[in-house]
Design a protein around this ligand. Sequence first.
Ligand code: IMP
Length: 176
Amino acid sequence: MTEIKTEILFPKEVISRRVGELAGRISRDYDGRELLLVGILKGAFIFMADLIRGINVPCRVDFVRLASYGCSSQSSGKVRITKDLETPIAGRDVLIVEDIIDTGLTLSYLVKVLREREPASLRVCAFLDKKERRQVPFDADYVGFTIPDGFVVGYGLDFNENFRFLPDVCVLHDIA
Ligand code: IMP
């Protein structure tokens, strides 16, 4: 069996500084308004927990869970909601919080679905962005780090449900 090796890409101090910067920008952009943060489960839970504590406008929180048909390291193209929002979003300022954008399929699907519910505004904040892997055009409004192709784990991101607990973002080597 091949041993899985991890290598630190972003240590926790670097992550903390960058998440603080994003929270500052979001606070300035939404000054005087109230935000609804929509976290995409499960990967965004740690990022969202850190982000919300740095944002200084009032925030509400809700979550969605999405499934794409395919194996854990590759998207296949079809996305569906397996856990929907519990909050009506019509007229609200909504910020989707995602762990990583890869092909762009998940977010382009979710944005389309949520836009139909007529929020006052709808933006996307992604912790990581693998821009070169896009299968559909998609740009987030706020991005923590743009990274090259490769599979990353930690800070909420998993491989087969492992490694979410790692405080640093690490690249996985030797995955099939
Ligand atoms: P997309 O629909 O291809 O943009 O896929 C986004 C989803 O794929 C993310 O929310 C993650 O769950 C998963 N994903 C894509 N790349 C990685 C990675 O490098 N590590 C962990 N999960 C990933």
